[in-house]
Write a protein that binds this ligand. Structure first.
Ligand SMILES: NC(=O)c1ccc[n+]([C@@H]2O[C@H](COP(=O)([O-])OP(=O)(O)OC[C@H]3O[C@@H](n4cnc5c(N)ncnc54)[C@H](O)[C@@H]3O)[C@@H](O)[C@H]2O)c1
Length: 363
């Protein structure tokens, strides 16, 4: 068996269970989900919902899906008997209502990141899944990378000792999304912190064993996205007129374990090049996530350790295969709702602190 993902697929020799998936929000990320779902034996895409007729047209033309709806509630009501699970790929502001509607209809849910726009929404989504006895998988993926697994395993084994400090960075030099509604606070909940910071936060949080966040302090800055720009960049042409989110957000979070997490995120930081990285500082060892380098002492010497092989699989294959396996009852949920809620508490704690101008407690 070459990879853990292959191992997941070869659960046994029985034919794959039939799994019927519907999509809510048939835009960019939905196409990725569909491509990967279709690779899994036994999975069919049975229906799709999107408010844009052009998106539904693409579902029909590119994926042969003919049960298409402009209203996901209508889809759930009419197609309910034919759906086992729903993938929520609509903008952040839709995650709460769509996930709860799917849970209430008795469907398992994969909800794209971030879980929601507020902690209250995220908690209600978690509660709805529990009440309806369905699985809720939050659409995080970087926790599934081999380089996340090795650090999570080492930390869980105590090899780094107590984790004192974690530095997480998701910084783009010039990368405001020029599609969708990513610049609109009312529909997204925020800018780089909630959009790309969520990735590096969920990864760091998962690597250190998902401790409970208890306080946050943060600041946000908007200085470029709300103005027209003539500067050449690969992602030029964002809609500055509707831009209401931050350009940069930084924060610090305390966990009940005593660990401190610092987070730096930006769509437009004046830096040499983009950074997407985590550094771990433990009492007995440290590490750089990006390169999988480990720093520790052996005997009387300080050593730098670079693993020769950490595994080789795609986080995206893992994410989608994991969801299907969870729906089929063949695998424990490794991205459960309660961890989505914890990450939401970190995100909103930083935003709340930025609004308040002081550290805020997290319940
Ligand atoms: N995991 C990742 O790496 C990743 C990457 C990109 C996007 N995402 C997440 O996926 C979500 C969508 O992002 P995207 O890039 O695909 O955006 P997108 O704009 O390309 O697609 C969103 C689609 O949802 C549709 N939509 C809007 N309101 C709807 C509603 N009420 N009901 C049904 N459909 C509705 C839109 O018409 C659009 O077709 C966001 O939450 C984003 O954060 C995750």
């Amino acid at each position: 068996m070459d990879t853990e993902v292959d191992a997941l697929r070869a659960v046994d020799d029985k034919p794959a269970k039939a799994t019927r998936v519907a999509i809510i929000g048939c835009g960019g990320i939905a196409m990725m989900h569909i491509k990967l779902l279709k690779k899994i034996p036994g999975v069919t895409i049975v229906a799709g919902a999107d408010i844009l007729p052009a998106a539904l047209e693409r579902m029909k033309n590119e994926h042969g899906v003919t049960s298409l709806y402009e209203d996901y509630n209508e889809m759930l009501a009419k197609e309910g008997a034919n759906i086992d699970a729903v993938s929520v790929c609509a903008p952040n502001g839709v995650h709460h209502a769509a996930s709860i509607a799917a849970s209430n209809a008795g469907k398992h849910v994969l909800c794209e990141k971030p879980m929601a726009m507020t902690v209250e929404q995220a908690q209600e989504m978690a509660d709805a899944a529990k009440r309806n006895n369905v699985e809720f998988v939050i659409g995080f993926q970087h926790r599934f990378e081999p380089r996340s697994k090795i650090l999570r395993d080492k930390i869980a084994a105590g090899d780094f000792g107590k984790i004192l400090y974690v530095r997480a960075q998701a910084l783009r030099r010039r990368g405001i999304p020029n599609w969708g509604v990513f610049g609109q606070k009312a529909l997204q909940g925020g800018g780089p912190m909630i959009d790309i910071g969520v990735h590096i936060i969920e990864t760091a949080h998962s690597i250190i064993g998902s401790p409970k966040p208890i306080a946050a302090s943060g600041s946000t800055f908007t200085f470029l996205g709300d103005k027209p720009s003539t500067v050449n960049s690969p992602w030029a042409g964002w809609d500055y007129k509707t831009y209401t989110v931050e350009d940069m957000a930084v924060g610090q979070v305390r966990f009940d374990s005593g660990t401190i997490l610092s987070v730096e995120t930006s769509f437009v930081a004046h830096i040499e090049q983009d950074v997407f990285n985590i550094q771990i500082f433990g009492e007995k060892g440290g590490a750089i996530w990006e390169s999988s380098q480990i720093f520790t002492d052996i005997g009387d010497y300080m050593v730098n350790v670079t693993p020769s092989f950490i595994g080789d699989w795609s986080m995206w294959d893992y994410k989608i295969q994991h969801f299907v396996d969870v729906v089929r009852g063949e695998r424990k949920n490794e991205a459960p709702a309660e961890q989505g809620v914890s990450v939401q508490k970190i995100l909103n704690g930083i935003y709340d602190s930025a609004d308040a101008g002081c550290e805020v407690k997290i319940d």
